[in-house]
Design a protein around this ligand. Structure first.
Ligand SMILES: *Cc1c(COP(=O)(O)O)cnc(C)c1O
Length: 457
């Protein structure tokens, strides 16, 4: 038997091998991500200012650029045990189908009811809110994965959960909405008339079907106007990347068990949280000069914040109530075309991922959605898992890289993040199967409109 065959189809970790601390990649970054700015004063947000929005412990984590390891509280580790460790799967069947010498692994985060990695941060954010004695949290959700994850976490801890759901998703994805309500969340289509900013946006853009940026503004206002509530966000923030480092830490531990050194690590990038979490320990090694990897962020060609965006301070939301973040952005007024990967439709990118990209530690590519769905189906048919459209962006590039290996005969080791399952995305699959899916790539002129709205900082 060759060395090769000793690697099991799934590499699991024992409970005792699961991470006990999150890894904060910012601690090893020489060029730290730029601080969040107060939108009024344009000065860096202080702890006192941030704790009005986030609960105290999360405000602390958001500002912490220096502590490399932060303990995962026992209660969160206990919750993680319900669905973690997630398997690192050797994609033997895909390799065979592609007839590639490349070795492909994927870290599968879809093995929980919310169907994505978002539960990793949802439980952490809900836990700290509960510990602080808060009544509840508010948030936005686009495609619904984050709202679902958060409602599960809140139900577990007995916290109230208010979700502002982008109106078009609220209408197009009634099942996601019902899952959230089943877990006890209160779901409102956004823009709504429950908030000032919602009413303002409805007046300005009658008939709008909403956007993530707009739902964020509503959720922030809702939290600020009620006692005992805080706002929570499922991506983009440094605290979310910190929680998601559990993905990378587990993946690294599983690879180390079998002495596997990846050449490439690939992840889809919407706000950057799963990618940031997956790559954190590997990027840490690169930053400390201990190893070298190719890290590839994959984004939709319809919302290309890294590949075609500007690196600038921008608003995180449409209503301009949130702190400013320096990030690769298309401008907070940019509304991407109706791409089916809802989780990748955010206009900006995590400050941590943006800085790593600016420092050329990671590469980025954009892919068009029909090519993404072709990869999704190819993958589903051989590996069994029905992937989320978002995750399929990473599959597309993993397959492309594996095919390059076939040409060159190189036995590269590829690890990619399979962030979730696509059961709630069957309308998109239907479009693809019917040959009705189109690719929309914004023109430079369209992007200029978004850039024109960038704040002058
Ligand atoms: C939300 C989501 C993403 C994108 O979010 P990131 O913060 O960029 O990770 C990717 N895949 C799935 C399945 C999602 O739900």
């Amino acid at each position: 038997m060759s060395e090769e065959k000793k690697i099991p189809y799934k590499i699991y970790l024992e409970e005792s091998e699961m991470p006990k601390e999150w890894y904060n990649v910012r601690a090893d970054m020489k060029n730290k991500p730029a601080p969040l700015l107060n939108p009024g004063t344009l000065k860096p947000m202080t702890f006192e200012e941030l704790r009005g929005v986030f609960c105290d412990e999360l405000a602390k984590q958001e500002l912490d650029d220096t502590t490399p390891y932060i303990e995962i509280p026992q209660e969160i580790r206990d919750f993680y045990k319900m669905y973690r460790p997630s398997p690192l799967v050797r994609a033997y069947c895909l390799e065979k189908a592609l007839d590639t010498p490349a070795k492909i692994y994927y870290k599968f985060e879809g093995n929980n009811t919310s169907g994505s990695h978002k539960l990793n941060s949802a439980i952490a954010q809900a836990y700290y809110a509960k510990k602080q004695g808060l009544k509840g949290v508010t948030t936005e959700t686009g495609a619904g994965q984050w709202g679902t994850a958060l409602s599960m976490a809140c139900a577990y801890l007995g916290l109230d959960c208010e979700v502002y759901m982008v109106k078009c998703s609220y209408e197009q994805k009634p099942f996601r909405r019902e899952v959230m309500r089943t877990y006890g969340a209160n779901v409102t289509p956004s823009p709504s008339d429950k908030t000032q900013v919602g009413r303002r946006i409805r007046e300005e853009f009658p008939g709008t079907s909403g956007s993530l940026g707009c739902a964020i503004s509503e959720a922030v206002e809702a939290a600020a106007s009620k006692d005992g509530y805080r706002y929570v966000l499922g991506s983009v923030l440094s605290q979310v990347l910190l929680h998601q480092s559990v993905i990378g830490l587990e993946a690294k531990a599983a690879l180390d068990k079998y002495n596997i050194k990846p050449d490439m690590i690939i992840g889809c990038a919407g706000g950057g949280s799963n990618l940031g979490g997956l790559i954190s320990p590997f990027a840490g090694e690169m930053l400390r000069g201990e190893a070298d990897y190719r890290i590839i962020a994959v984004e939709p060609a319809s919302c290309p914040s890294l590949t075609r965006g500007r690196y600038a301070y921008d608003f995180c939301d449409t209503g301009m109530v949130c702190p400013l973040a320096k990030m690769y952005t298309l401008g907070s007024s940019f509304i991407p075309s109706a791409n089916h990967a809802g989780g990748l439709r955010y206009h900006g990118m995590s400050s941590v991922v943006s800085q790593l990209y600016e420092d050329k530690m990671i590469e980025a590519v954009s892919v068009e959605q029909t090519a993404v769905f072709a990869a999704a189906e190819q993958f589903a048919r051989v590996e069994g898992i029905l992937p989320a459209p978002e995750s399929s962006h990473a599959i597309r590039v993993a397959i492309d890289e594996a095919m390059k290996c076939k040409e060159t005969g190189e036995e590269k080791t590829i690890v990619f993040g399979l962030t979730g399952t696509g059961y709630f995305d069957m309308v998109a699959y239907e479009k693809y199967n019917n040959g009705e899916m189109s690719d929309y790539v914004p023109t430079d002129a369209e992007l200029e409109k978004g850039f024109a709205g960038l704040p002058k900082v």
